[in-house]
Ligand binder design. Structure first.
Ligand code: NAD
Length: 724
């Protein structure tokens, strides 16, 4: 047995070489420089010793098969590194290719997750057997990090399943498949129930296929479904970019376009040229800003957030066994479902048994849908539902070790509800409120154990939205914070932590986005252009339609309350130009938003959104008045980023990663930016460039764009927003 740095060579008496992927310096295998050197050395050895080799098996000694590219290096890569990146990617690919084309059977025994680079190694094998390990995922999710699979993933999936399937099933969405679904979709050949079965299947393939070639290396191979050289296929080709444009709504994501180009161009040439084309596009993406933003957010920040960077360290982990959900309305019903899905017993309480049962019926509906779509079994769905007790009886809450309150948004009602239950639940139960606007420190005054009281702000619809904003009140203890954090993780959601303040982080910042969009209506800008600007900036919801969803009267109520509080405290209220537009919409035109049947848009009887209300043009729009499209987009993006910096100054936010993740996963800040503060870091010219642009916007559109002191300070020192 000889050693190479990250790949162990194990050869048995029958001539089967098992290449055990096992990077000694990391918990997971990645395509780093050590791997590159190792795989090249392995390719040399395989060629040199081929007479004694009967077949080759890739497998891994780690829990995951192989993690993927080395992202740490990628976020640092500038244009000056382009040649190195290109050559390094090609170096790994050439080595895999040499092993693939030797004529010996090569099998991937995929013992755990094989995402990105891991699945690319598997694709360079003639046969793929996946172990059906819990949580194991297979696919090429590079697009979700602003990248393309640059280890042969584009060239091989196109040849394996055809351009259309490769794009739709694997490349453009970055879908992560369970081993069974990977089998159904043609990503692997076999699934095994145990590691022994997996290895037996791998050996059986070698035994029965003494000489192996990839389908694309067999003379006469044609790409399934055709290529642009086929007139019928070529006739459909223009629809590809058109569909993509429609899907992206014009938002600036370079990766899907690069993937499509690499797939289509690569289909018209031989494998080696396709592989080079793929590496060129890969390099372009790696040195660009969007990939850096998305890697920072979806890899580094998300990992920091979920692993507990904002959780007090010296509190022991605890699991919740039984949770009381108070209020079985829209939010309570969703929270009950999410908790029960994670295996927690739920007591769902409302004023009447009927209302509580209605709340539980929501879980019944979601379960039935999941069973019908094959996402769960009837047995699991029944067990989930059996964990939810719907009741109007306070005594049923006995023994609950956590409480999540979701009754109407009213301080005195919330006080009353907590009074009613605080001596019924477990004496040390964690006490949480799902308020979206009320100060946590004020709500805490309604309970005896204020240090156990905390805000747990879920987003709607709860079963789909991955984020929970944890709000620490003035008297919330570290123990409660840690327990709240653990509860959010227990239900598989992502927790960000903020300090108490009106609107916390998410509600306050999204308010700026909406106000800015609405203000533009008031200035006389064509409303359809405002909506288009939001979509092309990458916001998942257009600004005026979002306002309608939230209802126009709600921000008005919050605004009036906030204004009163600020003025009572001796402060001064800065009127936003959007306020007058909302007032006119509600008071003069009686348009309250979607729930009222009319808002910035018209709505059909069944609530379906129609066209923008023609009255907007009549009452607000100044014909011919325009501002640059870029200004429209940046007014929305900057208004959110600038307020986030103010929240850092005020100490409401204490973590950059929490801000970035919260903005994308909670309030739809465009993902290509890497989050609201990474947007500032990655802006043209960096933080200084962003600051200069904010000054320009302030001069043209109003003082609200004036850069806060913290921003100016960072710009002057040449620093970026980072937790490290
Ligand atoms: P909802 O009106 O749908 O539900 C409230 C429920 O509370 C009703 O079923 C009502 O019968 C019940 N209730 C009232 N008094 C009660 C009592 N004394 N005991 C038990 N149940 C009682 O409201 P919702 O949209 O689910 O909002 C609930 C809370 O969540 C509010 O504080 C709201 O601000 C917050 N929130 C809402 C959203 C959202 O998008 N709707 C998002 C985040 C947070």
């Amino acid at each position: 047995m000889s050693e190479s740095t990250t790949i162990r060579w194990e050869q048995d008496a029958t001539g089967i070489v098992t290449l055990v992927l096992d990077d000694p310096n990391q918990s997971a295998n990645t395509m780093n420089q050590a791997f590159r050197a190792s795989i090249i050395a392995i390719a040399d050895r395989v060629e040199a010793e081929q007479d004694s080799i009967r077949g080759i098996i890739y497998t891994s000694a780690k829990k995951t098969f192989f993690a993927g590219g080395d992202l740490k290096d990628m976020v640092k890569a500038g244009p000056e590194h382009a040649q190195d990146i290109f050559e390094s990617a090609l170096g790994i690919k050439n080595a895999l290719r040499r092993i693939e084309t030797l004529g010996k059977p090569v099998v991937a025994a995929i013992n755990g997750a094989a995402l990105g680079g891991g699945y690319e190694i598997a694709l360079a094998s003639h046969h793929r057997v996946a172990l059906d390990a819990p949580g194991s995922k297979i696919g090429l999710p590079e697009v979700t990090l602003g990248l393309l699979p640059g280890g042969g993933g584009v060239a091989r999936t196109v040849r394996l399943m055809g351009i259309t399937d490769a794009l739709l099933k694997v490349l453009l969405q970055g879908t992560q498949y369970t081993p069974k679904r990977a089998l159904d979709n043609g990503l692997v050949h076999e699934v095994a129930a145990t590691p022994e079965e997996m290895m037996a299947k791998a050996i059986a393939f070698i035994d029965t296929h003494p000489e192996s070639r990839q389908p694309w290396d067999v003379p006469g191979h044609r790409i399934p479904g055709g290529t642009p050289s086929n007139p019928k296929f070529a006739a459909n080709l223009p629809a590809f970019p058109a569909n993509l444009r429609k899907q992206l709504n014009g938002a600036p994501y370079p990766a899907p376009r690069a993937i499509m180009a690499a797939a289509v161009e690569g289909s018209q040439v031989d494998f080696e040229t396709a592989s080079t084309i793929e590496s060129r596009y890969f390099t372009e993406l790696v040195i660009g800003q969007t990939a850096k933003n998305m890697i920072q957010a979806f890899f580094f920040d998300l990992q920091a957030v979920n692993s507990g960077a904002s959780r007090p360290k010296d509190v022991e982990k605890r699991q919740v066994r039984k949770v009381a959900v108070l209020g079985a309305g829209m939010m309570g019903a969703g929270i009950a479902y999410s908790c029960a899905r994670a295996g927690i017993e739920v007591v769902l309480k409302d004023l009447s048994a009927e209302s509580a049962a209605k709340g539980k019926a929501y879980s019944e509906k979601l379960c039935a849908k999941a069973v019908a779509r094959g996402r769960t079994t009837q047995e699991k769905a029944d067990a989930l539902l059996a964990r939810i007790t719907a009741t109007s009886d306070v005594q049923a809450l006995a023994g609950c070790d956590a409480v999540i309150e979701a009754v109407f948004e009213d301080t005195s009602l919330k006080h009353k509800v907590f009074q009613e239950i605080q001596h019924v639940v477990a004496p040390d139960a964690l006490l949480c409120s799902n308020t979206s606007t009320l100060p946590i420190s004020v709500l805490a005054e309604g309970v005896e154990r204020q240090s156990d009281f905390i805000g747990l702000h879920f987003f709607s619809p709860v079963d789909k939205m991955p984020l929970v904003e944890i709000i620490k009140g003035e008297r919330t203890g570290d123990e409660a914070l840690a327990r709240a954090f653990d509860l959010v993780r227990q239900i598989n959601k992502t927790p960000i932590v903020v300090n108490d303040s009106r609107g916390f982080f998410t509600s306050r910042v999204i308010g700026h986005f909406i106000n800015e969009g609405v203000a533009m209506v008031g200035e006389g800008i064509e409303p359809a252009s405002i909506e288009q600007a939001a979509a092309q900036a990458g916001y998942p919801a257009k600004v005026l339609s979002l306002m309608d969803e939230l209802t126009l009267t709600l921000p008005r109520k919050i605004r009036n309350e906030t204004r009163r509080a600020i003025e009572e405290a001796g402060g001064e209220w800065a009127t936003h130009p959007g306020e007058a537009v909302i007032d006119r919409m509600v008071d003069e035109f009686g348009r309250q938003g979607r729930s009222g049947g009319a808002g910035f848009y018209d709505y059909a009887e069944d609530g379906k959104r129609g066209k923008l209300w023609p009255g907007l043009r009549e009452h607000f729009t100044k014909p011919g008045y325009e501002i640059p499209f870029r200004d429209m987009q940046e007014r929305m993006l900057f208004s959110e980023a600038l307020d986030t910096v103010r929240l850092l100054e005020e100490g409401v936010l204490t973590s950059i990663a929490d801000a970035n993740i919260g903005s994308i996963m909670g309030i739809g800040f465009p993902a290509w930016t890497g989050g609201v503060l990474q947007y500032v870091n990655g802006y043209e010219g960096g933080v200084a460039g962003f600051t200069a642009r904010a000054r320009e916007l302030a001069e043209t559109y109003g003082e609200r764009f004036t850069p806060p002191a913290l921003l100016v300070d960072k710009a002057e020192r040449g620093e970026v927003f980072t937790d490290s």
